[in-house]
Ligand binder design. Structure first.
Ligand SMILES: Cc1cc2nc3c(=O)[nH]c(=O)nc-3n(C[C@H](O)[C@H](O)[C@H](O)COP(=O)(O)OP(=O)(O)OC[C@H]3O[C@@H](n4cnc5c(N)ncnc54)[C@H](O)[C@@H]3O)c2cc1C
Length: 293
């Protein structure tokens, strides 16, 4: 089922993002966590893709395992960086053969140790090129579903650091939708005004596909620092930082972070959000328990 179908059957969607684990024991922990998550009926789970295809096999293996052994639809992330068209085509064929229905099409970032990265090394320069390519793949009839893959793309409520011109940025986002993407999943954000304003701006420029909100509960101060680096530009509002600053222990930090995220979600649900995607929130180690918000 395409994400669009899932959303039209039961909006808002509730979904989670996983990193593919690198060790056997972390695999087992994660897999157990997925099993515990299953009774909560998540709409889908997505699996990240290491920059430059660093987790290529791991992402594929986790996605296929989820597809084959659970009732949760998996959505693989796929990035352009470092991939030729031929390689992407092979990856799509594998997912199609496994009956995977959706792909999150991303550009990815050049490796940190390659500031002079030459984009001609990749078959695709922008995520919109990858979206076009997947559309063509869909039209080739290689997917068992005659519609092919549903395609998601990234959106940035606080803006993407490479495009300071926010008007151009919306045009680039619209180009991804015009190329054939059918939903947007956003970068994490901590101030709902940023998301709601982004949603309004999308509407104004004619972007009318569902927009799923990326939410990351802060569960540790070190994790927050790491995310500030990874999700470059994400702003931690003073209200959140004050509350975290009052927390006297790691478990209190976790409680504050989860409480803040729950309030964000409640507010977004009141605002009629299409879906909530808990991003980078599932560690390879098994959480003690899952709670619903
Ligand atoms: C929900 C989500 C999941 C993610 N998952 C992963 C993952 O699994 N693995 C990973 O490596 N990364 C992941 N990322 C990070 C993402 O790959 C980076 O943030 C990347 O820098 C942007 O990707 P994009 O798909 O938005 O790229 P694009 O849409 O190509 O945009 C990248 C930059 O180029 C600009 N741009 C776009 N088109 C043009 C144009 N025609 N001319 C000039 N400029 C243009 C955009 O404005 C933007 O600044 C994820 C991000 C999000 C929000």
């Amino acid at each position: 089922m395409h994400i669009q179908d899932i959303l039209s059957n039961s909006k808002p969607s509730l979904s989670f993002e996983f990193f593919p684990p690198r060790t056997e024991s972390a695999w087992e922990d994660l897999y157990q966590a997925i099993r515990e998550l299953e009774p909560l009926g998540p709409s889908f789970v997505s699996v990240t893709y290491g920059a430059g295809g660093g987790t290529r096999e791991l992402t594929h293996d986790l996605v296929v395992r989820i597809k084959q052994t659970t009732s949760i639809p998996p959505v693989p992330h796929l990035t352009c960086v470092g991939h030729t068209e031929q390689e992407v085509s092979e990856i799509l064929e594998l997912y199609a053969a496994a009956g995977v229905s959706n792909i999150l099409a991303l550009r990815g970032d050049p490796p940190k140790d390659r500031p002079d990265y030459d984009w001609s090394e990749s078959g695709f320069r922008h995520a919109s090129d990858l979206v076009k390519f997947i559309r063509k793949f869909n039209e080739s009839g290689k997917h068992p579903d005659s519609r092919g893959f549903g395609i998601g793309v990234a959106g940035f409520p606080e803006g993407h650091p490479a495009t300071p011109n926010r008007v151009d940025e919306l045009d680039f986002l619209k180009a991804k939708i015009d190329a054939g993407a059918d939903y947007i999943c956003t970068q994490l954000f901590f101030d709902n005004h940023d998301f709601l304003d982004f949603r309004d701006r999308c509407d104004l420029v004619g972007i009318h596909v569902p927009i799923i909100a990326g939410i990351m509960p802060v569960t540790s101060l070190s994790g927050m620092r790491r995310m500030a680096e990874l999700a470059a530009g994400a702003r931690y509002p003073a209200k959140l930082m004050q509350a975290l600053g009052r927390a006297k222990s790691p478990s209190a930090v976790e409680r504050v972070g989860i409480h803040y995220a729950a309030q964000q979600c409640a507010d977004l649900l009141n605002e009629g959000v299409d879906g909530i995607h808990f991003t980078r929130s599932i560690k390879a180690t098994r959480p003690k328990r899952f709670t619903t918000v």
